[in-house]
Design a protein around this ligand. Sequence first.
Ligand SMILES: [Zn+2]
Ligand SMILES: [Zn+2]
Length: 47
Amino acid sequence: MELTGLCSVCGRPGARYTCMLCGRLVCERCYDPVHRICVVCKGSKTL
Ligand SMILES: [Zn+2]
Ligand SMILES: [Zn+2]
């Protein structure tokens, strides 16, 4: 069992993506692979 860190958005373990805008470590649920940003940055920006 590997621990990759806690998601900075939802707080669940298993975060393995880094937002290229804010640098948060987030899980796949909170990450947009298209834009490579987290849902927080995605929500605060009109892309
Ligand atoms: Zn998350
Ligand atoms: Zn972000």
